[in-house]
Structure formats: C-alpha cells, structure tokens
Design a protein around this ligand. Structure first.
Ligand code: AMP
Ligand code: MG
Length: 289
C-alpha cells in the first residue's frame, strides 16, 4: 500500500490555511496488526534506500520536524530512526538558544549541524523557530541582540523567510535535499496528551507548566505557521502538513515522506572499475588459498 502524499504537501505559494487542513484522517490500516506490518515494510524499504544513499555518497537529506508541544515529534523521529543504520543518521534538537548562539545570526547554530553527503540529518525544531516562537513572543526578538535599526518588526519576518528560502535553495544547489514536516495537532488533542503527561508518572518529565501558558497563544502560533508555510514551501524544499491526532497514522505518513524523498534521488551504488575487479580477484585468491 502506498500513501498518496499529494494531500499533505503544501504547493509553492499556497496559503495552506491550517483550519482547512485535517488533524486526523481515516486510518490507513484497519487493525494494529496491519499497521505493524505496513510500518515494518516501510522500515525495510527505508533501510535499503539508506544503504544506497550512504554508499552512493552524492546527496544529503535534511528532515526538519516542527509542531506544537506534544504533537509527536520525538515519537515520529524515533520511528524513522528505528528503520535506519544509526551511523548514517544524526538527530539534533534545537531549544532556547544559548548566549553563544544568540551572538550569531539565526541560521548559524543549525548550519553547523547540517548533514554530510550520504547522511540523513534530522532537526527536531530548527531555524524555523525564529519565525514561529520568536514571532509569537516579540520580546524574544528584542532579546536576540540585533542592532535596533535591523529589528523592524514590520519587515523582519519577510526578511527571515527570504534568508531561509535562500539557504534552502543554496543547499539544494549543493546536493542537500530538504524536507519539512509539520505535525498538525488539534487544540483538543494537545489537551488530552498534556493530561496523560500529568496523570502518568513516567510521563511527568515531558510536561512543563509553561506548556499550559503557551496554549494561550495557540491562534498566534497557527497564524505564524500559516504565514511561514506560505512563504517557505517550495518545489525544492516542500512543507508537508501531517495530520497528527492519530500517532500511528502520522508515523506511516512520515515514513512514506522519507521513502518517497529518498526514492526520488538519482542514486546508484558506486561502479566497480576494471582495475578494482582485478584487485578484488587477487584478494579473493589470497583468501581461498
Ligand atoms: P521542547 O522541544 O519541548 O523541548 O522545547 C524547546 C523549546 O525551545 C520550545 O518551546 C521552543 O519553542 C524553544 N525554542 C527553540 N528555538 C528557539 C529560539 N530560536 N528562540 C526561542 N525559543 C526557542
Ligand atoms: Mg516542550
């Protein structure tokens, strides 16, 4: 079974109204067993594609995960990771920037973590936070240390979108494929997941009282996300808005996105030259003596 990703991809220039996009769709699998089998099938395909990606050493793949608290970013990343060789993949989480990070431009801290050729880099939050949480809380912008004349709140978001689009264009030209995934959670499902975190002792660590405070800004976040998708979803580096109220379905969609993206890259195992064939034959002779 293949999942059609057309419904989730944001076309370049599309307004991507989040209220018109579902946070839940009919499950792709009717039973738990069918779900596990399909996920396993995805993981097997992913594993062999990653092997090819690593061996061909041509492209790098950057996967960016964004979403509200409790949207399932960590779980989705864990699932993608479970199908791949950890040697070829690295995950980085970006939280409140450090003093050192704030002394640089907003793209600096993530640029240092971009994946190398043949690798998969996963960003759990990213430079997009600088047009999301920072936009929702303008006091964060004021504490970023920018010169005052460069901090015009009317222009700065468009300027940052331009920087991001240009960065992703630059990455594309240098062989890095960028894919952005937004886990689209409903306000009510977030409430349920927060309650679970409060009610289950093993999940207490996941909950912070500031999460409740942040819920008050839900509409502001949705507006900031919509603007951001409109400005930064491109053919080369598209956004996918993945319905996230059903975690299992979301994981299937996410793994399909990674599969399709890797599958679309023109990759092949390095060719064995005539000279190398001779070397291999000689080596074999020594071993079978
Ligand atoms: P979590 O991912 O739940 O561990 O939380 C990380 C927190 O760091 C989130 O509330 C993000 O919004 C916040 N964060 C990430 N990047 C930035 C940034 N550039 N400026 C301010 N806050 C950020
Ligand atoms: Mg959090």
């Amino acid at each position: 079974m293949t999942i059609d990703l057309k419904d989730y991809r944001v076309p370049q220039g599309n307004k991507a109204g989040l209220s018109r996009r579902p946070t839940i769709v009919a499950p792709y699998c009717k039973t738990k067993k069918a779900y596990r089998e399909l996920l396993e099938e995805h993981m097997k395909k992913l594993s062999s594609l990653q092997d090819l990606h690593y061996a061909s050493h041509r492209y790098a793949l950057l996967l960016i995960f964004q979403g509200m608290d409790a949207a399932g970013k960590d779980g989705a990343i864990r699932h993608v990771m479970s199908g791949i060789n950890p040697e070829g993949c690295e995950v980085f989480s970006f939280k409140q920037p450090s003093a050192e990070e704030l002394d640089h431009d907003f793209l600096w801290r993530t640029t240092c973590r971009l994946p190398e050729r043949g690798r998969i880099g996963i960003f759990n939050r990213s430079y997009y936070e600088d047009v999301l949480v920072v936009r929702v809380h303008p006091e964060l912008l004021r504490s970023q240390g920018l010169p005052e004349e460069l901090r015009d709140e009317k222009d700065i978001w468009q300027q940052r979108y331009d920087s991001i689009v240009n960065l992703e264009k630059h990455l594309h030209r240098n062989g890095t494929k960028t894919i952005k995934i937004f886990l689209h959670l409903s306000y009510d499902e977030q409430r349920k997941r927060f309650l679970e975190r409060i009610d289950e002792p093993d999940k207490h660590w996941k909950f912070s009282t500031s999460d409740i405070h942040e819920r008050k800004y839900w509409k502001h976040y949705m507006r900031a996300y919509e603007d951001c998708f409109h400005a930064t979803s491109t053919h080369r580096a598209p956004w996918y808005i993945v319905p996230a109220d059903d975690k299992e379905n979301a994981r299937l969609i996410v793994s399909q996105i990674v599969l399709d993206t890797l599958g679309d890259l023109k990759m092949s195992y390095p060719k064995t030259s005539a000279k190398r064939h001779l070397e291999l034959r000689a080596a074999k002779k020594l071993l079978v003596k």
